[in-house]
Design a protein around this ligand. Structure first.
Ligand SMILES: *[C@@H]1O[C@H](CO)[C@@H](O)[C@H](O)[C@H]1NC(C)=O
Ligand SMILES: *[C@@H]1O[C@H](CO)[C@@H](O)[C@H](O)[C@H]1NC(C)=O
Ligand SMILES: *[C@@H]1O[C@H](CO)[C@@H](O)[C@H](O)[C@H]1NC(C)=O
Length: 305
């Protein structure tokens, strides 16, 4: 084709050649632009085409990540409740119980990192979800958090925590945002502060946390808190230099370096409702976070009767 065009151009005057060339380029461009569309509509087998359109229509999928250890009774209430709650909102979801199986102190943030890695291929967003906090108000929106992380259990409605920057309890984060902030810190062994550190990560990334604004229930009727604090004491010990390190923003650890072994996975049904249990062994580098195991307190002398 090219030689023919140049040959024509050779015989024609300069300005007419330019016009003709532009015209030809234009039509060629149109032809090329039309090609991939033709390919998609005609060359693809029916099945494939159907799958592509179905995927566009499909809603975003939610992975409910529940960091877990030793809370079997709560789990039995949590699973049926969440199924009925999320089905009402027509959210496509699956529940992942991320169970810590090693002998270290509980590390909620690292378990969420592991749950995220396990689910990110198939799910568009996660809910970091306490197992003992059941949403009761149907207006709490578990929809895809496209604009920024959505804090479901806001300080205005959480039964226990009311400070402005609180983002614990239940937080929805889309996959891209979780990756953008390198997930959560792996330094938090024992109870507390990992969510406050995550708040600073979001802030540093200029992600603003959105809270539901149409909730008329309050601290006593938005959630049901099924935590029995006399029966289950929180591990609030602080040992080694834990207090000092965990009060600071962690710019080193996160999603990229969470050290673990996925021991086993199980499908478990509660009242016929499937959840996936991930049994996770977290690895602790004691040279970096020696507080993953606090030394036992001195034993009280045994009283003689
Ligand atoms: C966040 O916003 C501030 C102020 O607009 C800007 O200086 C900073 O570079 C932004 N950070 C990121 C990670 O986008
Ligand atoms: C706000 O809540 C009411 C019920 O309390 C509901 O009817 C209404 O649709 C909600 N509005 C929005 C914008 O979500
Ligand atoms: C639950 O899991 C079992 C085992 O993987 C499977 O056979 C069953 O179809 C699942 N049930 C539902 C409702 O997904």
């Amino acid at each position: 084709m090219y030689p023919k065009i140049s040959l024509m151009g050779y015989r024609l005057s300069g300005s007419r050649c330019l016009g003709l060339c532009l015209l030809l380029t234009f039509f060629m461009g149109c032809y090329l632009a039309a090609l991939p569309i033709q390919y998609e509509n005609e060359a693809l087998p029916n099945q494939v085409r159907h799958r592509i359109t179905a995927k566009q229509v499909l809603k975003k999928r939610l992975a409910v990540l529940v960091p877990f250890r030793d809370r079997f009774e709560e789990l039995l209430e949590f699973v049926p409740h969440m199924y009925s709650f999320l089905n009402k909102q027509k959210i496509p979801f699956h529940i992942f119980i991320v169970q810590q199986k090693d002998n270290n102190r509980f590390n909620r943030a690292s378990l969420i990192n592991v749950g995220f890695i396990y689910t990110k291929k198939d799910y568009d967003y996660i809910a970091m979800h306490d197992v003992d906090l059941l949403p009761m108000n149907d207006n709490l929106p578990y929809e895809y958090p496209s604009l920024g992380p959505v804090h479901i259990s806001s300080p205005q409605t959480h039964p226990k925590y009311h400070y402005d920057t609180f983002i614990g309890g239940i937080l929805l984060v889309k996959r891209e945002h979780y990756e953008m902030v390198n997930g959560m810190s792996n330094n938090y062994w024992g109870w507390g502060l990992e969510d406050d550190e995550f708040y600073v990560r979001l802030k540093d990334a200029n992600l603003s946390v959105i809270r539901p604004n149409n909730i008329t229930t309050g601290t006593d009727n938005t959630f049901r808190h099924i935590h029995d604090k006399t029966y289950r004491r929180r591990d609030m010990r602080k040992c080694f230099n834990q207090r000092e390190v965990t009060r600071r923003r962690d710019r080193l650890t996160g999603l990229h370096d969470v050290a673990y072994k996925l021991h086993t996975t199980h499908t478990v049904a509660v009242d016929g409702l499937n959840v996936t249990v991930l049994n996770v062994e977290l690895t602790c580098d004691k040279s970096k976070t020696p507080w993953c195991q606090c030394p036992d307190p001195p034993k009280e002398p045994v009283k003689k009767s």
